[in-house]
Design a binder for this molecule. Structure first.
Ligand code: MN
Length: 290
């Protein structure tokens, strides 16, 4: 397994200078930096080339995450919105390929964060989502990309809440480059057993997010049994990326979208966040590898 971190741990607003993060995370002991797909297609080619060069210089691989905006919802009953979803990815996939990204994860099958004030038809959305994902998968394959369907907790999504549902969705789409994705933060709310959920995903598991129940960086001594999670991942034969996605700062667009209303880190300074990330990845390597 390789270990990564999502850049937004350090950010109050989405986006940023990913080249700087590539250098930072390499120094902290990570193999992978996860970036957002947002605005990648509008990023200047020179900046994309700079990010690629920074990753090569520091020995960091990129993975990408995304929560599609309401106007990019592949499951939308509005055909223009579904078309716009495909157009978004058509612009974004070539940039991901340019950056050497092979794995894209998130609630790609719907939109995020879901607005429950709007009415929706879950079954019809599911069917439209599967149909759209078949098209998207074929497009992604041309760029060497695997799309990973992240199960989200009920407050953030309504199509895929559990590993079992993700596995069924992957089966319904029936494309080799569409896989399931789990996140311990969401699993903590929805799954009876984190270990059983990982084993249920089994060979369909394409990407794995980690975080404590309150989205701190994993650090042990908590309610999550990291040793058991590691045993399940190894038993499932998982050899992919383990990316931590901590959110510990209140404020800004990130705090608002993630619903962080208090500073969860004892010390929110960059130096303290760096130390916590370094300690966390060292802990994870020990705890998950057995
Ligand atoms: Mn996640």
């Amino acid at each position: 397994m390789q270990y990564g971190i999502y850049y937004a741990y350090w950010a109050k607003e989405w986006g940023g200078d990913y080249a700087r993060y590539a250098q930072k995370v390499a120094g902290l002991g990570f193999d992978i930096l996860e970036i957002s797909c947002a605005a990648l297609a509008e990023t200047a080619p020179a900046q994309i080339a700079g990010l690629r060069a920074a990753c090569e210089a520091h020995g960091v691989r990129l993975t990408a995450g995304y929560g599609p905006a309401p106007g990019e919802n592949i499951a939308s009953p509005d055909p223009d919105v579904a078309k716009n979803a495909l157009a978004f990815w058509e612009r974004t996939f070539p940039v991901l390929q340019e950056l050497g990204v092979a794995v894209v994860g998130g609630g790609l099958y719907s939109y995020w964060p879901v607005d429950y004030a709007r009415p929706f038809d879950r079954r019809a959305d599911y069917e439209r989502s599967v149909a759209g994902m078949k098209k998207l998968a074929d497009l992604a394959a041309r760029f060497g990309l695997t799309l990973c369907m992240e199960t989200l907790n009920r407050f953030e999504g309504y199509l895929l809440n559990t590993a079992a549902e993700a596995v069924q969705y992957v089966r319904d789409v029936g494309r080799d480059n569409v896989k399931a994705m789990l996140d311990t933060f969401h699993m903590n709310i929805e799954e009876d057993s984190l270990e059983d959920a990982i084993l249920a995903a089994g060979p369909a598991l394409g990407h794995f997010h980690v975080g404590e129940c309150n989205r701190r960086p994993p650090r042990g001594g908590s309610r999550l049994d990291w040793g058991g999670i590691g045993r399940a991942l190894r038993k499932a034969g998982y050899a992919g990326a383990v990316v931590m996605e901590p959110f510990v700062l209140a404020g800004g667009g990130v705090g608002r979208d993630i619903r962080v209303w208090r500073d969860i880190a004892e010390d929110g300074s960059e130096a303290a966040l760096d130390r916590a990330a370094r300690d966390s990845v060292a802990f994870l390597r020990r705890a998950l590898e057995g």
